[in-house]
Design a protein around this ligand. Structure first.
Ligand code: PMP
Length: 285
């Protein structure tokens, strides 16, 4: 991804894609002091753009970092980057991190807070699975307690176990992995939230040890608007066997049906398809 034409927004200016570099003594690289956003632009409009910009600022605050950019300035940066790259349909990656500077220790409050925005074309996050149903591995890693790590932040440090889980899953021919949380309840996939259907009602984990995804919240709203009951609750591992349908939600994943989690199978059913179609319409409307 580093060697290509294009522009990346860095700390207030658009720089050449190839020149968007940081120093090796960047604090974030050593101590994971970074937060990010994943967004999608459809027909020139970023879906829930302000919510993503706000979450970026909130994630940074949760890591003791105050972004030197307001939500409005982040909005401008994102649209300026899209325009500079001539894209109207794209994935938008905003990233903020503690840079290199005065200190090289764990505490580096005097180091600058940096920010970048990159955009690129990104098709279906799960490829074919978007239609056929994704096959998920069960990760050996557990989502940590919110007393262990700031679970509500979209912080890079939380993705260490996601990358390892996804590598293990792909090695087994799976699209992704589902993680349980530190208590053993169903949590989420490595970059998406999870929903289940049983007897016409929907069940999804409480967002206390997972990212409360913007897509998750959107889909819960869509279901409730249809009069479908949504239970946000703790889901035990033993319940997986009884669910009929399953899907993932996320900005990149959108609404992706799940066909299998470990040894458990799910049908790509009518409600899953309906929600996936409705979501597609909503983001483009
Ligand atoms: N959980 C994790 C771990 C994620 O990385 C993502 C993607 N940001 C999500 C859930 C879904 O979040 P959103 O709907 O806000 O993209």
């Amino acid at each position: 991804y580093d060697d290509r034409d294009g522009k990346i927004w860095m700390d207030g200016t658009l720089v050449e894609w190839r020149e968007a570099k940081v120093h090796v003594l960047t604090h974030a690289l050593h101590y994971a002091s970074s937060v990010f956003e994943g967004e999608r632009c459809y027909n020139g409009r970023i879906f829930k753009s302000a919510e993503h910009s706000e979450r970026l600022r909130t994630s940074a605050e949760l890591l003791d970092m105050t972004l030197p950019w307001t939500v409005e300035q982040i909005e401008e940066a994102k649209y300026a980057t899209l325009k500079a790259n001539g894209l109207t349909d794209a994935y938008v990656r905003a990233l903020a991190w503690r840079g290199a500077g005065e200190d090289m220790g764990v505490a580096s409050a005097r180091n600058p807070i940096r920010m970048a925005v990159a955009v690129w074309s990104w098709g279906n996050y799960y490829g074919d699975a978007k239609f056929k149903g994704a096959k998920l591995d069960i990760s050996k890693w557990k989502r940590p307690s919110p007393e262990t790590i700031p679970s509500a932040a979209k912080a890079s440090g939380l993705y260490m176990i996601c990358t390892m889980s996804k590598h293990a899953a792909e090695a087994k021919g799976c699209s992704d992995a589902m993680m349980f949380d530190y208590r053993g309840y169903v949590a989420e996939a490595t970059g998406a939230n999870i929903f289940f259907v049983k007897d016409g009602e929907v069940h999804t984990p409480l967002p206390d040890a997972i990212l409360n995804g913007i897509t998750r919240q959107t889909v819960i709203g869509m279901l409730r608007d249809k009069g479908i009951k949504v239970h946000e609750r703790y889901i035990e591992a033993s319940e997986l066997e009884g669910f009929e349908q399953c899907w993932l939600t996320g900005t990149a994943a959108e609404v992706t049906p799940v066909g299998q989690i470990g040894d458990y199978s799910f049908e790509v059913g009518a409600l899953t398809r309906e929600i996936a179609t409705d979501y597609e319409k909503l983001v483009r409307s």
